[in-house]
Design a protein around this ligand. Structure first.
Ligand code: SF4
Length: 317
């Protein structure tokens, strides 16, 4: 699919600011070694070799599993037992992302409301769990989501620079890496990418479009994506960007060898922990946090109850 090239109106101050931040000057782009991909794969496989032969089924790992196992492991184990259910607030991001994808590739362009309607139609056509959920919601719920996503889109259009065909933008770019012949599978899907590497010189920017508030794990998610990109393409991205749509603001991080090394360490440590939990070689750790407020284990969890008491000021002088 190709981006729309049309007459480009002057940028708003917010669009200019975003563009200045996400377009790394050519002289600041790093040229990497040609064996980085092979070396990174080797390092990751060496770090995870001990337990992998005990797995009876492949371990599929995305940013969600990495985030979960770095939070409360007991909650992660409890959630694995619960069937996944779509809820209304979860659909907002899905519909928004679909609208952005359509807005980049449709010619002539559409208004925000038209894009939301197109996105609804496309998502319902997929005949999956989300499609079933979207067809089950009431007219009022649909109108509320339509209004919310249209407002977000309007903010996005006024704060994110229009994407030019020459920048080679892609949406929903999938990445998959097989470790140990497929016993471990790392996967991700990048919301938006801009640019591409030039031989061994980094040039691609990975942009995650966030329709909620900023939380620290967004950085870890993007660093994991930088690792995936390195393992698939062989050249890391030049820049990582989280774009917070409500605020129309972007947070960026340049990718260098230190960042890749720290992402590799977090990923390999998390894989080891995920394998230990899968193989029941360890007890899940309980790490209280704000998640205790909605955790299904909370009623029977001493650590969680203590955290909640303190958070609510009970027993604290
Ligand atoms: S209540 Fe809190 S500490 Fe306990 S399992 Fe749930 S998230 Fe973890």
């Amino acid at each position: 699919m190709e981006a729309v090239e049309s007459s480009i109106p002057p940028l708003t101050p917010a669009q200019s600011e975003t563009l200045d931040l996400i377009r790394l000057p050519v002289e600041e782009r790093i040229t990497h070694s040609s064996d980085l991909r092979a070396q990174t794969l080797l390092d990751l496989e060496k770090a995870t070799i001990d337990l992998v032969d005990y797995l009876d089924e492949p371990l599929w790992v995305s940013k969600h599993q990495l985030q979960a196992v770095n939070g409360c492991e007991a909650l992660y184990e409890a959630q694995k037992m619960e069937p996944f259910e779509w809820r209304l607030p979860m659909t907002r991001g899905q519909i928004f992302h679909k609208c952005v994808e359509l807005s980049i590739h449709l010619n002539p362009g559409r208004t925000a409301f038209e894009l939301v309607d197109e996105a609804f139609a496309r998502l319902i056509d997929r005949n999956d769990g989300l499609a079933d959920f979207l067809t089950s919601i009431s007219d009022i719920e649909r109108a509320e989501i339509r209004s919310e996503v249209s407002s977000l889109l309007q903010t996005f259009f006024e704060t994110f620079p229009p994407l030019r065909r020459a920048w080679a933008p892609t949406t929903e770019l999938p990445r998959k890496v097989l470790l140990h012949g497929g016993k471990i599978v790392l996967q991700g899907r990048f919301d938006l990418t801009i640019g591409r590497p030039d031989d061994l010189t980094a040039g691609r920017v990975l942009v995650e479009l966030k329709t909620g508030r900023a939380v620290p794990h967004h950085l870890d998610d993007l660093r994991f994506y930088a690792l995936l990109e390195t393992l698939v393409v062989g050249v890391p991205p030049s820049l990582l960007a989280s774009f917070y749509v409500d605020a129309g603001r972007v947070q960026i991080e340049a990718v260098d060898e230190d960042l890749l090394a720290s992402s590799l360490k977090r990923t390999s440590n998390s894989l080891i922990r995920l394998m230990e939990l899968r193989l029941k070689r360890t007890q899940p750790e309980r790490r209280p946090s704000a998640a205790c407020r909605w955790c299904p284990e909370a009623a029977d969890c001493k650590n969680g109850q203590q955290w909640l008491s303190e958070a609510e000021g009970v027993g604290v002088w």
